[in-house]
Design a binder for this molecule. Structure first.
Ligand SMILES: CC(=O)SCCNC(=O)CCNC(=O)[C@H](O)C(C)(C)COP(=O)(O)OP(=O)(O)OC[C@H]1O[C@@H](n2cnc3c(N)ncnc32)[C@H](O)[C@@H]1OP(=O)(O)O
Ligand SMILES: O=C([O-])CC(=O)C(=O)O
Length: 459
């Protein structure tokens, strides 16, 4: 009954709000929901393969495919004005219904992963079972520790993360099963195992990179079998006694988990995964896209830029002075980091959710760097509108995410995108499982040369 109902839009929203009394594991839940989706796709293919759902304009071809509806991504959809919905649930919806960790209030990575993967809201018990699985399999193999320890501290943490994730494919169950020769219908189960193992190991990998680059010689604690994924990550980073930072990172990691399929990191994972590269290689590639300053690296850039602004303005942090600083950035030909978006046309609701987190905590509300972010937000949209180039003059999530980390003492901003990388695994890996479950093919769009495009427009 559930599997049949859950995929109509209204039923899905209603179903997602229910806390199921189910005691099923994530694997059994997926087994239950996959057949209905397979059926939905089969029907669509049989009845509508030739139905036209949009036009392709020259601006799409030369403009980074902006606005082209050309890939299937089920777990989340981004509305330009309202922002992201995960299986129909907005961020405030998720904050209401997704289980928190024991002793916490913010939704956990596990509960967001469960929602993304299955379209269902898990019970606390279900997410705790998943936490226990992650903690049990989260240690790194020895060869991987040695590999990461051999990287020079001067190598960017994102390069290290991508290399570490790629090397984890040493243990890929999907790759081993493919070599043995398995049926296409079995691909998703091995993909799922790899995805869960990768998510489990990301905190230890990311924390080892942090330790090696910024805290050499410091002992990394062991994983705590009673903690959730983010609780363990923060503990391994050495901030385990900071409950506020732990809660912030739970929210951060859940919120950054997925942003539909077209963003550069998720799309890269999907593209590479479509060649049947295993999940480790696919996600390693995604991380390299996330490492670009127009995408995930913007959170490091925002902090660098806000600190430079703070240094230059000193005690004269007024709207006029911020305005002047913004114009200086724009006139020097640089982008204002943390502002603008390829799809959004309003302030990013993830930015709003993180701001609300700050408003609820006196230490953050009064923090000079958070106040500077707020003041910049009061001025920047007006300046960007006057500048007249960006289609979206409002902040995206990166405009504030790193500044909160900075306030809590995690000041090494070249590391920030690694945290984003731990998070984006939730959505990108979810979709690898579904791409296999739905039997999606190799991605291979058609490109054209300038001459061919010239002929097409004349025709
Ligand atoms: C998690 C995330 O990935 S969220 C995005 C994080 N990235 C940033 O914050 C970097 C700053 N922002 C940007 O560079 C852009 O807004 C992007 C990359 C996010 C989106 O790019 P697009 O979809 O191409 O934006 P848009 O269509 O509005 O761009 C039109 C023009 O405005 C410019 N523009 C867009 N945003 C900004 C900005 N924040 N500051 C200055 N100029 C901007 C573009 O560079 C472009 O200029 P051009 O015509 O000279 O090439
Ligand atoms: O959607 C995008 O293009 C960029 C973004 O905000 C994300 O990936 O989180």
């Amino acid at each position: 009954m559930l599997a049949r109902n859950i995929f109509s839009k209204a039923a899905l929203r209603e179903a997602s709000f229910k806390r199921f009394a189910s005691t099923k594991s994530i694997r059994d839940t997926l087994k239950e929901v996959i057949p209905a989706k397979q059926e939905q796709l089969k029907k669509l293919k049989a009845e509508h393969s030739q139905t036209v759902v949009g036009d392709i304009k020259v601006e799409n071809i030369i403009g980074g495919m902006r606005g082209l509806k050309s890939m299937l991504w089920d777990a989340s959809v981004l509305d330009p004005n309202e922002g992201i919905r995960f299986h129909g649930l907005s961020i405030p919806d998720c904050q209401k219904v997704l289980p928190a960790a024991p002793g916490g209030k913010e939704m956990t990575a596990e509960s967001m992963l469960w929602l993304l993967l299955t379209g269902q809201v898990p019970t606390s018990e279900q997410t705790r079972e998943l936490s226990a699985e992650f903690a049990a399999k989260g240690e790194l193999p020895k060869f991987l520790e040695d590999l990461v320890d051999s990287f020079p501290a001067s190598l960017h943490p994102m390069t290290q993360l991508s290399m570490g994730v790629a090397a984890l494919n040493h243990d890929s169950q999907f790759q081993a099963a493919y070599e043995r020769g398995i049926k296409k219908s079995e691909y998703w189960t091995y993909t799922l195992e790899d995805c869960l193992t990768l998510i489990a190991r990301l905190p230890a990998l990311a924390a080892r990179i942090y330790r090696n680059v910024y805290k050499p010689g410091v002992q990394i604690p062991a994983l705590d079998k009673n903690l959730d994924l983010v609780g363990n990550y923060v503990k391994l980073l050495g901030y385990g006694d900071n409950h506020s930072l732990t809660e912030y990172l739970r929210l951060y990691i859940a919120l950054h988990g997925d942003h539909e399929g077209g963003n550069a990191s998720a799309h890269t994972a999907h593209l590479v995964g479509s060649t049947l590269s295993d999940p480790y290689l696919s996600y390693s590639a995604a991380l390299l896209a996330l490492a670009g300053p127009l995408h995930g690296l913007a959170n490091q850039e925002v902090l660098r830029w806000q600190l430079a602004m703070q240094k230059e303005l000193g005690n004269n942090i007024t709207h006029d002075n911020i305005k002047e600083y913004l114009w200086k950035t724009l006139k020097s030909g640089q982008v204002v980091p943390g502002y603008g978006h390829g799809v959004l046309r309003n302030p990013d609701p993830r930015f709003i959710a993180l701001q609300e987190f700050c408003q609820g905590r006196p230490e953050l509300k009064d923090s000079p760097i958070i106040q500077l972010v707020n003041k910049t937000f009061e001025v920047a949209p007006g300046v960007l509108k006057e500048h007249g180039k960006t289609k979206n003059p409002y902040p995206n999530v990166d405009a504030t995410s790193g500044c909160v980390l900075y306030h809590y003492g995690l000041t090494e901003f070249k590391y920030y995108t690694v945290i984003f990388g731990v998070s984006r695994a939730l959505g990108a890996l979810t979709q690898l499982v579904w791409a296999k479950a739905l039997g999606l093919p190799l991605e291979r769009p058609k490109s054209v040369s300038l001459d061919v495009l010239g002929k097409l427009v004349k025709a």
